[in-house]
Design a binder for this molecule. Sequence first.
Ligand code: DX5
Ligand code: ZN
Length: 246
Amino acid sequence: APKAFIAPSILSADFANLGKECSNTIERGADWLHIDIMDGHFVPNITLGHPIVTTIRPHVDRPKEANGKGTFDCHMMVSEPKKWVKEFQKAGCDLYCFHYEAAIDSTAAESPEVKTDKKTSPKEMIKYIHDQRMRAGIAIKPGTNVDVLYDIFENSDKEEVPDMALVMTVEPGFGGQKFMADMMPKVQALRKRYPELNIEVDGGLSEKTVDTAADAGANVIVAGSAVFGAQDPAHVIAKLREAVES
Ligand code: DX5
Ligand code: ZN
């Protein structure tokens, strides 16, 4: 399996002190920063947007290689993922991870009067992200079957193939929720088909749940409350890494 990447979610950081929280987290051993972008529409919560990403970027050195230390992993829980690609590239995003559910044409299907140019197919999205010189990730919510990803990985041109799959292990929208172990068959199925793929899990990960995710084949571990709520975040980051590498 590929290398472990630990990606603390800054959703649980002190937003009044965000630059320092970000640099501290990298110093404490994190590989990436997971940045949760919510638009109050795709999910019932609002977090932050590209102006904030711009202000935190100078606090964390840019990664020296693809997926390197300091990668800004932007998890786009937004209804119009295409709309923000260029803004996030300019703000310093390295990995732009959009939701499959937001990229399919469900809105147009439900209401024909909705302009279809607001939706872009997953493959077009991935190519568009790559054109902006970022890595591309594709996320699925708990209710979405993993099978929908196979066509995207297997029947695409090179530039349409995602660099990462994100299997949500909570309903997106809030930090601090309970880990859904019943999502593990999705991770197992992806790992079996794609031995080298970066597979990220997000939601409810901690020292208690990380073994389950790592055993299933996840190698990119997001953790918000478990890291930022800890007395010793460096210790938690090291424990999460150990679980994936052992
Ligand atoms: C949920 C977010 C997660 C969340 C993780 O919508 O995508 O990244 O912040 O937080 P914890 O680790 O506290 O579940
Ligand atoms: Zn997230």
